[in-house]
Design a protein around this ligand. Structure first.
Ligand SMILES: [Zn+2]
Length: 89
């Protein structure tokens, strides 16, 4: 999942890639996917996806892209959007 996020990130140059927005994208994506895609680690915000088949990769990519667009259009208010250090472009 995290690497799917990073793979699609360059496709959204205007996306705020701070930790808050990243988490929002991932949570939004996970909420849209069937539970079988998701294995949650105890207490972790990030979850790992088991993606085996091409169709599943496509499902995750579509959900991720929708999440990118949604968070880009409406970043979470009331939080500090700080880009992580070392994220040069
Ligand atoms: Zn942000």
């Amino acid at each position: 999942m995290a690497h799917e996020y990073e793979r699609l990130l360059p496709a959204f140059p205007e996306f705020c890639a701070c930790d808050v927005c990243r988490d929002d994208v991932i949570v939004y994506t996970l909420n849209r996917l069937p539970p079988r895609y998701v294995t949650q680690r105890r207490g972790a915000v990030l979850a790992h996806l088991r993606v085996q088949r091409d169709q599943e990769v496509a499902d995750v990519s579509v959900a991720l892209m929708q999440a990118f667009m949604r968070v880009q259009d409406a970043p979470r208010p009331g939080v500090e959007h700080r880009l992580p250090a070392g994220s040069g472009g």
